[in-house]
Design a protein around this ligand. Structure first.
Ligand code: NAD
Length: 417
């Protein structure tokens, strides 16, 4: 399952609703630029080791390339191309003036010491420094990259630029805008860490009121969440706080569930504490496999881990009524067809997880304008923007009689061209 083939087949489906020229279609199907770098990193044993990374700059039609940096041992070019393409679509769906990009670095960060992780992060920035900047390409965190890593990267980038001449305070502040998802005390924005999860929650709220996919019997709604990293934790937390029963959670090593889904809920905050103490989710609830989690009889299923989790193999067994795609690319086009036939509503990634890039855009803007917004302002603007996007896409899906993913693509393509 090649994620870029999946992305192109999603694009083809949406293109059937639009009349575009061949050149316009070609612009959508190919990234503008691909950067591939091999760079040395000093390891704790004093030796240099070569690491490999990509930056795919997909589209700059609406503004600087924008997209996260993923650290993963099996990251590959097709995955990064797909993620960069989805970023271009996502920024257009969210209606922010940024394009699409993405990085992948082939590394298992769990096998590096803190110092090696810092050396790798700084070395990657040196390798791509001439291709990024506040008005050209603005990276952010993704799987296995954190605010601390963004801080090292920003610091390295400013050092490189300082060597080219002394920087004024304004120039330095503007260079801080080269990376988003930074720590709060280092140019980060209030609300950025929680933004993807919070945005997904706002999208779900906005759509649930309109689509009535779930009959209300006065019972608490249930949710199962795959992936318990940044995105999975926060969406679980916001759902739990608003009264959902969180019946299962998982990470790459397996999951946990409650015994009685109608009565019990996992508390994401306590589970996170337990996971930190034990180093694993194992033992923080009744054990369950990832496969079992995806097939639980819940109202809302939230894939919040990686691509290709819902496929033609398991889509038939999925019992959820709504799938809120917080991960990028969790559903293959074949699974999408099965869900459409089963009347399962799929809230697509390019809308559901666009809260992250929206607040990244707010961070970029604050850095460039030398401002610091309150958390309340960030959350209010995020809610307004993402709710508007969700309702626009729902209206397009009704007008065009198609699913929400194609509607999101149609909306984005119209803006991109
Ligand atoms: P993260 O590294 O913080 O967490 C990833 C989680 O997924 C971890 O708990 C990991 O153990 C788990 N995981 C990995 N493989 C799994 C598997 N096979 N089954 C179950 N769990 C598995 O990453 P994140 O930032 O939370 O990103 C998660 C997803 O959300 C990715 O698809 C990412 O591209 C997407 N996303 C993230 C952001 C953001 O702001 N961080 C924004 C938009 C989209």
């Amino acid at each position: 399952m090649n994620p870029f083939d999946n992305a192109l087949s999603q694009l083809d489906k949406a293109l059937k609703f639009l009349k575009l020229g061949e050149d316009q279609i070609a612009r959508l199907k190919f990234p503008e630029k691909i950067i591939s770098v091999n760079f040395p990193v000093e390891m704790d044993n004093g030796q240099k080791k070569i690491f490999h990374g990509f930056r795919v700059q997909y589209s700059s039609k609406r503004g600087p390339y924008k997209g996260g940096i993923r650290y993963h041992p099996r990251v590959d070019m097709n995955e990064v191309k797909a993620l960069a393409f989805w970023m271009a679509i996502k920024c257009a769906v969210a209606d922010i003036p940024m394009g699409g990009g993405k990085s992948g670095v082939e590394v298992d960060p769990k096998k590096l010491s803190e110092k090696e992780l810092e050396n790798l992060s700084r070395a990657y920035v040196r390798a791509i420094a001439q291709d990024i900047g506040p008005f050209s390409d603005v990276p952010a965190p993704d799987v296995n990259t954190t605010p601390q890593i963004m801080k090292w990267m920003t610091d390295e980038f400013i050092k490189i630029r300082s060597k080219q001449g002394t920087l004024s305070v304004e120039e330095k502040s503007s260079l801080m805008a080269t990376f988003t998802g930074k720590p709060l005390d280092y140019g980060g924005s209030q609300g950025r860490t929680e933004a993807t999860g919070r945005g997904g929650f706002f999208v779900l709220q906005a759509l649930l009121e309109k689509i009535k996919a779930i009959p209300s019997h006065g019972k608490k709604l249930t949710a199962a969440i795959q992936g318990f990293g940044n995105v999975g934790f926060y969406i679980a937390k916001f759902l739990a706080e608003s009264g959902y029963n969180i019946v299962a959670l998982s990470d790459s090593r397996g999951g946990i569930a409650v015994k009685n889904p109608e009565a019990d809920s996992l508390d994401p905050v306590s589970v996170l504490k337990c996971k930190k103490e034990k180093g694993t989710l194992n033992g923080c609830g009744a054990n369950i496999t990832n496969k079992e989690l995806l097939e639980l009889p819940v109202d809302i299923l939230v894939p919040a881990a990686l691509e290709n989790q819902l496929t033609s193999e398991n889509a038939g067994q999925v019992k959820a009524k709504i799938i809120l795609e917080m991960a990028n690319g969790p559903t293959t086009p074949q699974a999408d067809e099965i869900f459409f036939k089963k009347n399962v509503t799929v809230i697509p990634d390019v809308l559901a997880n666009s809260g992250g890039v929206t607040v990244s855009y707010f961070e970029w803007k604050q850095n460039l304008e030398g401002e610091k917004w309150t958390e309340d302002k960030v959350n209010t603007l995020l809610k307004d923007k993402i709710t508007k996007a969700a309702l626009e896409i729902l209206a397009t899906s009704r007008d065009m009689k198609t699913d929400l993913r194609s509607a999101a693509f149609i909306t984005a393509i119209r803006r991109l061209i």
